[in-house]
Design a protein around this ligand. Structure first.
Ligand code: IMP
Length: 429
């Protein structure tokens, strides 16, 4: 397989950072294709932890990396994150990183609007990361975004900002917020333009050329498929398409560029922010999973909601993302439990269904139907072969595979990259 897409198959935080890092050794190029700095990817290398939000994880290994046009870029965060990993000894220059010229920018007014909406009592609280992601995507679709390439055309930038502000200032007036002066936004952009423009490139072209040369591309998804703007728990979703298909338009390649889709899947379920979560355990079990799994948001530090594995949603993701195989993560968090529950269907208004309904009301009414499996007492943490796993843990994994309709390609047994059991290398046929 030449090109692999990595997607989260639940609500994000499945442990994509480690798997992407593991796979990036086999790849030539690592590409981010959606989301922005709302993502939180943690990589642990030789005991040192690297936290990335916007930059592709491949950079930590010195792999050539790309921020595609499908990503919304906060230019100040871009500069700050480069400085942050430089302080950890990782140098990021245009030799190893390019950013799409047609990627939209996140401005301070997007961040402010995100917060104004979240704090307003009249709107729907989504529990966003407050980083301006949604408002920036709205401006992209509304055809008024300022994009990376606009930083290279200072003579027309002011006109673009003024056009953008006719929209934003009307909104701000309505929300009782102070209007923004065009010069403020202009200055904000000019302050970092020189540090961004050297990274700007025709990403669609360079990726196509590298692909034709036989290089292997790893597409690094952010968030999870249940946060997808179309296929997720709408409206409690993010503002991009997080399903695997987005790898193509989000980087400027056609759909034939993708050969293998790997779904990163946590052995239980977590969610940050508001929205339906049928298997949530707002009790001792949830507390146990949260403490064992260190379930705190990488970006916002918020406590993640925790619950049992939901095979219904993952089975749906396997289909909406075209997942070939999964990387199962954090199995060790379940070590020591007497019994483990898995959601195998839902009850909706007295009827059994085997899918997540589309409507917000129905999503909030579904009740999980559980199957109970026997737990195991031994530890699975750090296992590097199936032989090291207790029989009940293997049974659990096999049942998960059966229920979701996809097999385990990788099993991750700790944050350390070497603690990984390989069943099928996504980059190999
Ligand atoms: P936004 O992406 O900041 O607009 O937030 C929308 C929803 O997506 C909220 O529920 C966030 O908590 C969630 N979200 C955004 N990024 C991530 C992520 O990387 N991991 C998990 N949840 C996320």
């Amino acid at each position: 397989m030449a090109n692999v897409v990595v997607v989260g198959s639940q609500w994000g935080d499945e442990g994509k950072g480690k798997i992407v890092d593991w796979l990036s050794e086999r790849a030539d190029v690592v590409v981010r294709y959606q989301g922005g700095h709302n993502a939180g990817h943690t990589l642990v290398i030789d005991g040192v932890s690297y936290k990335l939000s916007l930059l592709p994880s491949g950079l930590v290994r010195g792999k050539f990396s790309v921020i595609g046009n499908g990503v919304v870029v906060d230019p100040h965060h871009f500069v700050a994150e480069i400085a942050k990993i430089a302080a950890q000894g990782i140098s990021v220059t245009p030799d190893v990183l390019r950013i799409a010229e047609n990627a939209p920018l996140i401005l301070s007014l997007h961040r402010e609007l995100d917060a104004l909406r979240e704090d307003s009592n009249s709107g729907l609280k989504i529990g966003t990361t407050r980083r301006g992601i949604g408002p920036a995507y709205e401006d992209k679709v509304g055809r008024r975004a300022i994009r990376v390439c606009d930083l290279g055309e200072p003579e027309t930038l002011m006109d673009k900002i003024e056009r953008l502000l006719t929209h934003h200032n009307a909104l701000r007036r309505g929300m009782g917020a102070a209007e923004v002066e065009a010069q403020v936004i202009h200055d904000e952009l000019m302050a970092v333009a020189d540090q961004i423009l050297p990274f700007m490139d025709r990403v669609w072209e360079l990726l196509d050329e590298r692909r034709k040369r036989g290089e292997r591309i790893l597409f690094e998804g952010a968030q999870g498929a249940l946060l997808d703007n179309d296929h997720g728990t709408y409206p409690f979703v993010t503002s991009s398409n997080t399903v695997a298909g987005q790898a193509a338009p989000g980087s400027g390649l056609g759909p034939t560029a993708v050969d293998y889709v790997l779904g990163i899947t946590k052995a239980y379920t977590t969610r940050v922010g508001e929205g339906p979560f049928p298997t949530e355990q707002d009790n001792e079990t949830g507390q146990f999973l949260g403490e064992r799994g260190h379930e705190f948001g990488t970006v916002t530090g918020r406590k993640r909601r925790c619950g049992w594995f939901d095979a219904v949603i993952v089975k749906q993701t396997v289909r909406t993302s075209g997942i070939h195989g999964i990387a199962l993560t954090k199995l060790d968090v379940l070590d020591g439990l007497d019994e483990i529950k898995v959601c195998v269907g839902y009850e909706l208004d007295g009827e059994r269904i085997d899918h997540l309904p589309a409507s917000m009301g129905a999503q909030s009414r579904v009740k999980p139907i559980y199957e109970t499996l026997e737990g195991w007492k031994e530890t699975t943490a750090g296992a590097r072969s199936w032989a090291e796993l207790p029989a009940q843990a293997i049974k659990y994994v096999r049942r998960v595979e059966e229920l979701i309709g996809a097999t385990v390609a990788l099993l991750s047994t700790s944050p350390e990259r070497e603690d990984t059991i390989l069943v099928q290398d996504p980059f190999q046929d």
